[in-house]
Design a protein around this ligand. Structure first.
Ligand code: OGA
Ligand code: ZN
Ligand code: ZN
Length: 379
């Protein structure tokens, strides 16, 4: 669509240039923005394409002295007071239009789901991801859109999940190591390393940046119980916002104290439960009651925080939101840890073994892979 864009008219005032596209869409662009983003080789380094123009040496009230739309309508040509020339393609301007319009980052938006609304679990065969770039893109697309995927048939051996994760990004090291084994351990430093139920949670909210994408590879699953659980946190937040707007506002605002402590570490971070991006879209959820520290919320907010978290928790635990299934050896549950909450049912360690291998990568690398594969990294 962008490639056919052309310009039909413009009007200028002191603040901005208003441009009409052939679709009828009109968008305003600030003069300083138009000067700063000049696509010439003097304003950006010709090889690295990093910005070389010093934005803050430009006149804050700059305004082009000549404005012209090319005869085909495909270009906007500007001449600045010092004679510098800028030529923009209409398609580029449309893609970057920021006025009353979501800048299109080219990645799929989140499609929220409940157990009922999800026709089937997104899934892909491990060989496709390991051997083809298209497979990697499909997996990342699912992670961006739905927030999870079940990768099937990855040989249930130690070391395989790391290889799969490295198709998506760099392994993220944490206090649990670059990779970890989830099983019932004699001296656990984490509730996941026991056999008890884990209610829906996000991992590592006690870190400044909790890992973006989590991989859990099932190696053994013959113990009774231990079914996995996934809940779309974005769907739960939308319900909270509709049903209890003041609880929603409180969870956006009031920080929760998170902490992981063992003999080696005392890792703490404070953050609200829900965070929005700069456009007001849902960006991140942090929720793990086991990792909440002694709360230091101010007196006036303490009850609001408890009530907000209680309301959110009651939604997260609704049966219609919970997707439950048993992982089989060879399955990898891959999910967006800052959106989709995960958990598991209690299992009986005396009835058989249950063993998962896990690791993390970050979202920025995954989304980057998708852009590069779709050639969206055009300058
Ligand atoms: C974890 C976890 C779930 C499981 O290790 O973070 O939540 O299925 N494990 O054991
Ligand atoms: Zn320039
Ligand atoms: Zn977990």
């Amino acid at each position: 669509m962008h490639d056919q864009a052309s310009l039909t008219s413009f009007s200028a005032n002191e603040v901005a240039l208003s441009i009409e596209f052939n679709s009828g869409f009109t968008s305003r662009f600030h003069w300083l923005w138009l000067r700063e983003n000049c696509v010439c080789n003097k304003c950006h380094h010709p090889q690295t394409w990093e910005r070389t123009v010093d934005t803050f040496l430009l006149d804050r009230d700059i305004r082009a002295k000549q404005i012209e739309i090319s005869s085909s309508g495909e270009m906007l040509n500007l001449v600045w007071p010092d004679g510098h020339i800028t030529a923009y393609m209409a398609s580029w301007l449309l893609q970057h239009a920021y006025d009353n319009h979501d800048v299109n980052d080219g990645l799929p938006d989140a499609v929220v789901w409940t157990k009922e609304s999800l026709p089937e679990k997104p899934s892909i065969d491990a060989a496709e991801v390991m051997e083809t770039e298209a497979g990697v893109s499909t997996l990342i697309y699912q992670l961006k859109e739905v927030g999870f995927s079940i990768v099937k048939n990855l040989p249930p051996e130690i070391g395989m999940v790391e290889k799969l994760a490295q198709r998506v990004g760099y392994l993220r090291d944490t206090h649990f190591g670059i990779d970890f084994t989830v099983e019932s351990k004699p001296q656990p430093n984490n509730v996941a390393y026991t056999s008890i139920e884990l209610k829906a949670h996000t991992d590592l909210p006690n870190l400044e940046t909790p890992p973006g994408i989590q991989f859990l590879h099932c190696l053994l699953a013959d113990a009774t119980g231990g079914e996995s659980l996934l809940v779309d946190g974005f769907a739960a937040v939308q319900l909270l916002c509709q049903e209890n707007p003041s609880a929603y506002e409180d969870l956006l605002r009031i920080p929760v104290n998170f902490r992981f402590v063992d003999k080696e570490w005392d890792l703490r971070w404070n953050s609200p439960t829900i965070r929005l991006d700069q456009k007001g879209r849902l960006e991140e959820i942090r929720y793990h009651n086991a990792l909440t520290a002694t709360r230091e919320t101010g007196f006036d907010d303490m009850t609001k925080l408890y009530d907000g978290l209680r309301a959110f928790t009651q939604i997260l635990r609704r049966k219609e939101l919970e997707l439950k299934f048993k992982l089989e050896p060879g399955d990898v549950m891959v999910f967006h840890n800052r959106r989709v909450l995960h958990g598991r049912a209690e299992f009986d360690p005396n009835s058989g073994s249950r063993k998962l291998r896990g690791c993390y990568v970050d979202c920025d690398q995954a989304w980057s892979k998708l852009r590069v594969s779709q050639a969206m990294n055009k300058l």
